[in-house]
Design a protein around this ligand. Structure first.
Ligand code: FMN
Length: 196
């Protein structure tokens, strides 16, 4: 039987500030995900930073400045529009990996040294998905963004984050102002093989 909640998670770009939950409840949902998401060797190297209010606004101001500066002159307007949409969301989750933890586990398990970074990133992706899904189940929309290289250094400085934390992704979330556009699917028969 299909879980009725799986299709609820979509990429929502039109996000607003009218959240169906209070900040404390949202933090609890995110913390539950961070706590229970599986990780290779139980290494728990993913880190999250939750930005509300002025911190959320400050973050997207930094992204806007850098993205507009990096865009060609004919693309500046569009870049500004795209990023302003994210600042209209209620809040943002930043996803990080603690590189010190990954190095420690690579040293502890030399046989799997080569795999440790890949597994850490896979687990980070699982956490991103888990939070995205749990937010959706609670009527909160979100999208997944990657402005990492543009703002990683500034963001670490601004929020005084540990040097070992490497930025992976950003997830603006908020009330769903406009639902996601129609999505197309490749045939399942090309993607799932079943043998009996
Ligand atoms: C690993 C990964 C990276 C993604 N990066 C971005 C991104 O940088 N910007 C963006 O707008 N969407 C990003 N997305 C969202 C995808 O475009 C989206 O999930 C896909 O088109 C399917 O739509 P849905 O999320 O509504 O199901 C990313 C999704 C995944 C899984």
């Amino acid at each position: 039987m299909l879980s009725k909640n799986i299709g609820r998670r979509r990429t929502i770009y039109a996000l607003g500030k009218d959240l169906p939950l209070d900040e404390k409840a949202v933090v609890q949902l995110i913390e539950d995900c961070v706590l229970h998401c599986p990780t290779a060797f139980n290494m728990q190297s993913a880190r999250t930073v939750i930005l509300f209010r002025q911190s959320h606004a400050d973050f997207w101001k930094m992204v806007e400045k850098e993205a507009v500066a990096a865009a060609s002159s004919e693309k500046k307007e569009q870049a500004m529009k795209n990023i302003r949409r994210f600042s209209e969301a209620y809040a943002t989750i930043l996803f990080y990996e603690d590189s010190d933890v990954v190095k420690e586990f690579a040293a502890k398990f030399p046989l799997y040294r080569q795999n440790m970074e890949t597994w850490a990133m896979q687990a980070n992706g699982m956490l991103e998905y888990m939070i995205w899904q749990v937010l959706a189940e609670n009527g909160i929309g979100a999208s997944l963004q990657h402005y990492t290289e543009l703002v990683e250094t500034q963001t670490s400085r601004h929020f005084n984050l540990p040097k070992s934390w490497k930025m992976v992704a950003q997830m603006p979330f908020g009330s769903i102002v406009r639902p996601a556009a129609e999505k197309t699917f490749l045939p399942l028969a090309d993607r799932v093989k079943i043998f009996r």
